[in-house]
Every structure is written in C-alpha cells, then in structure tokens.
Design a protein around this ligand. Structure first.
Ligand code: UDP
Length: 464
C-alpha cells in the first residue's frame, strides 16, 4: 500500500488484519467480512493466509478477493512444509497455519504496524488463538470471528469448564447442561471430542479457554435465529462483547461466482425447472459419504419423485470426487432430466436463491444453514459430524424451518427415509413459511444496514 502521511482520508482510514484458519467453513465468513469492511466501512484489509496451507478452492477465492479492486491486500505467510501434520487434510492445514505464528509476529512488526494507516485491529479465527497473545504484546485489539453458531460457541466456551469439573464427554447417556443453553445430549456432542487425545479435542479445549481473552467475539448469526443463546452468552461477565454480525453473505455480491462450464450447466438446468420445485442436496466442502450411503441417497432421491440438484462429493476436501461409479447402475438414465448430479464446486448461494429451488438437504455446516434460511429455503437436516448436530437442532427447534433425517442403527439413512424426508420438506408449508420469515429478518440485517452494521460500528466505534 503506497500512502502518504499527509492524506487526511488515509489518516481516518482503519486498517484491519484478518487471519482465517483452514477449511471453507472458516474461510467463507472471513471472505465475506473482509468485503463488508472494505465496501461498507471503507476499511483497508490485510487478508492473511498461510502459503501451502489452502486448498485449490480456497486459493481461487483468495485470488478473486485480490482481484476485486477493493482495498484488500493478501499476504501469504511462508511456513515450513515439514511441519505439516499427516492425516485429515483439515488438521494438516490447521497445524501448518499454527506453525506460521512466528511469521505472523514478524509480519506485524516489520510491515503491518509500519504501514499508513498501521493495522489497528486483528480479526482472528477461534482455532488460531496464539494470535491473541502475539497481538497483545503490541496492544492491538483482537476480535474472534466465530464461524459456527452461537450455540456451538457456548459449547466451546463451556467445554474447558465441564472438562475441569470431570464431565465425561464419552458417556453416551450424559447430558451437558450449559447455563442458559438448551441441554446437550451425547448425540449432539462432536464424536471426535469424545476421544481423549484427539487433535480436535485439544484444539477445541485450548480455544475455549483462550477466546474469552479477545476484545470481542463476532458470530455469523442474528438475533431472531439464536436469541436465547446470544442472550446467555451476553449475560456472562467473563466474556468480551458478543456481536451477532450475520448473516454474513452478500447474495448480490456472491463471491463464489465461477465463470465456468459447471456453473453455467447448473444454472441453465435450474432455469429450465418450474418455480419452487428443486431440492438442492449438498453436504458442504469436505464431507464425503460411504459408498453404501451414497447408494441409499440416490435410490431415495429416485423414490421421492422430486426434482433434485445433487452435489456429490466423494473426497474429504473440496476437490473433485474419487469414488468409482458411486451411484447405482442405470440411476441417471432412470432419473433423466428430473435430476442433476455434479461433483465440482458450485455457486451455492446462487442455487439457494434461485426461484426454482424449493428445499435444501444439508449437512448443516453453519454457513449452509445461514445461507439456506436466509434464502427462505427449508432444510432437511442431515448432520454428519462436528458442530453439525447442534446446528441441525437450531434449524429444527429454534427456527422451526426444517426437519432432521433419522439414521438407522448402522448409521445409514435408508432410501425410504430419504424419500419421505425429501417429499415432506417440499410439501410442508409451515417449514417454508418459517424459512421465509427468517429470510426477511436476515435481509433486514444485511441489506438494509441492520444488525451486522450496528454490531460492526459498535465493535470498531465507528461514527457513521
Ligand atoms: N460452498 C459452495 N459451493 C460448494 C460447496 C460449498 O459455495 O460446492 C460454500 C457454501 O456456500 C458455504 C461453504 O462453502 O459457504 C461451506 O461451509 P459450511 O459451513 O456450510 O460447511 P463445511 O464445508 O465447512 O462443512
């Protein structure tokens, strides 16, 4: 950034550094917030990623941000590749990002604090809490952008307390009662958290203890969606202010616009379908299913006789698929024009807001929940792991804008269950009405300068 000290506009301008962790679910809200801060509030934004850290989709999104013409600058921290962990690519990415903390401190002191304007705030990821103590050395206020629900945030903050009190998370009969929150049954607690030395458990417990040290916590949610959880968080005296800044996506500026063949094919196919007739089926950026489950899902969609657009992901990260011939033989011929299957990255918000889309079969990653509800689309919740079970309960219990599939004892959702769930989600007007109600509240929050603007203004003490 080449700026002169004499420029009064630049003297007023704020400069914030943003540092997301790995995974599209973390990345997306950071991208949207970066754009919001630059477009609406005139901030200069430094967007930090760890080199070798991001997946191809993340890289493509960052390139688009860099080319957006906004005052957003991308910095890639160099890390030592040998420090990357083996195994699940998400954890490998997380280890790599964590290993870049010395480079982050160096970036602050040698560059970001020397710029005009110097960086005056940091927005970090809840799993990158070492950034909090680094920023504290230089008295830079640091905010955490929580990429999941307020309900899940409550769990993260309470987990170290419950753990210290000896709560047995692996007890399948135990119920965790977080003050002011809905009771949490064993099936809602992330499976990995129940394994004593699992890396996820370590990250989560460490984050739960550190996040309260932030200057403020931003959550991609809004009052009408999670009132009780937000109120409970705000009543805790040991926490910094909790700001509901969601829904964090900008339908009119959908940054996932891809000028490629797959996008054109999806949207062209949707354009040709009757209004409110299509069920969009997607399990997020990193959820692959077993071959047996893919088969049941395919046969269930066929039995449902509904039109569908199915994003069939067969590898754990957000790349293209890898399972050989996953759908049953003859399926595509039998379904014909009624269904479309893609295995690439699709413009989800455009699909959800398309006039032909009637319902969403979702794994309930938090971004997908917020996007679905704020597009007025009811959700057939099919949580798989992590925070998804808690998020599903918000869809069903709080928002009353969806229902949840039932899994069999083998953990598989049968074709009959898929077919009846899909039919019901399209036909039940009460669920659609509830989703449309939330869409309106969400619109007020994003488009008309409602909650997200108010919260950001309060957090950064902006006068206009
Ligand atoms: N997404 C998308 N196209 C895809 C898959 C995902 O645009 O093909 C976006 C989706 O809109 C959401 C994010 O990627 O913003 C996924 O985040 P979420 O929290 O829903 O689930 P995760 O992928 O983290 O499990």
């Amino acid at each position: 950034m080449i700026l002169t000290m004499a420029d009064p506009v630049q003297k007023e301008k704020r400069h914030v550094a943003m540092f997301p962790s790995a995974g599209m679910g973390h990345f997306m809200p950071f991208l949207h917030l970066a754009r919001t801060l630059a477009i609406r509030h005139g901030f200069a934004v430094t967007f930090i990623t760890a080199a070798q850290n991001v997946s191809p989709t993340e890289t493509a999104h960052v390139q688009r941000l860099a080319a957006s013409g906004l005052d957003i600058h991308i910095v890639k921290l160099q890390i030592n590749k040998s420090q990357e962990a083996e195994g699940d690519p998400f954890f490998a990415q997380w280890e790599a990002t964590k290993a870049s903390m010395p480079a982050f401190e160096n970036l602050l002191t040698s560059d970001l604090l020397k710029q005009t304007p110097p960086v005056s705030a940091i927005i970090t990821d809840p799993v990158l809490t070492p950034t909090l103590s680094i920023a504290a050395k230089f008295n830079i206020p640091t905010y955490v952008l929580y990429p999941s629900s307020a309900f899940n945030l409550g769990f993260m903050l309470h987990a170290p307390i419950a753990d210290a009190q000896g709560f047995d998370f692996s007890d399948e009969k135990a119920v965790l009662q977080i003050p002011g929150f809905p009771a949490l049954g064993a099936t809602q607690i992330p499976q990995a958290f129940k394994v004593k030395d699992h890396i996820f458990r370590r990250i989560f417990l460490a984050s739960g203890s550190e996040v309260p040290k932030a200057s403020g916590i931003f959550v991609n949610t809004f009052e009408e969606l999670e009132q009780q959880c937000l109120q409970s968080l705000r009543s805790r005296h040991d926490l910094p202010p909790v700001y509901a800044i969601g829904p964090l996506f900008l339908p009119s500026e959908d940054s996932s616009t891809w000028d490629d063949e797959a996008e054109r094919r999806c949207l062209k196919w949707l354009d040709a379908q009757p209004a409110k007739s299509v069920v969009y089926v997607s399990f997020g950026s990193r959820s692959a299913m077993s071959a047996a489950q893919i088969r049941e899902l395919a046969l269930g969609l066929e039995m449902s006789e509904q039109r569908f657009l199915w994003v069939l992901r067969t590898s754990v990260v957000d790349g293209a698929g890898s399972v050989e011939a996953p759908v049953p033989g003859g399926f595509e011929e039998r379904v014909g024009e009624r269904g479309m299957i893609v295995s690439c990255w699709v413009p989800q918000v455009k699909i959800l807001s398309h006039v032909s889309t009637a319902a969403f079969v979702s794994h309930c990653g938090w971004n997908s929940v917020v996007e679905g509800l704020c597009c007025g689309v009811p959700i057939l919740a099919w949580p798989l792991f992590g925070d998804q079970m808690m998020n599903a309960s918000i869809v069903v219990e709080n928002a009353k804008a969806g229902s949840e599939v039932r899994k069999g004892e083998d953990g598989i959702v049968s074709r009959e269950e898929v077919a009846s769930g899909v039919k019901a989600i399209v036909q039940r007007e009460d669920l659609t009405r509830a989703a449309i109600g939330l869409q309106q509240r969400g619109r007020i929050a994003i488009i008309e300068g409602g909650l997200s603007d108010k919260s950001l203004k309060a957090a950064f003490q902006l006068s206009k």
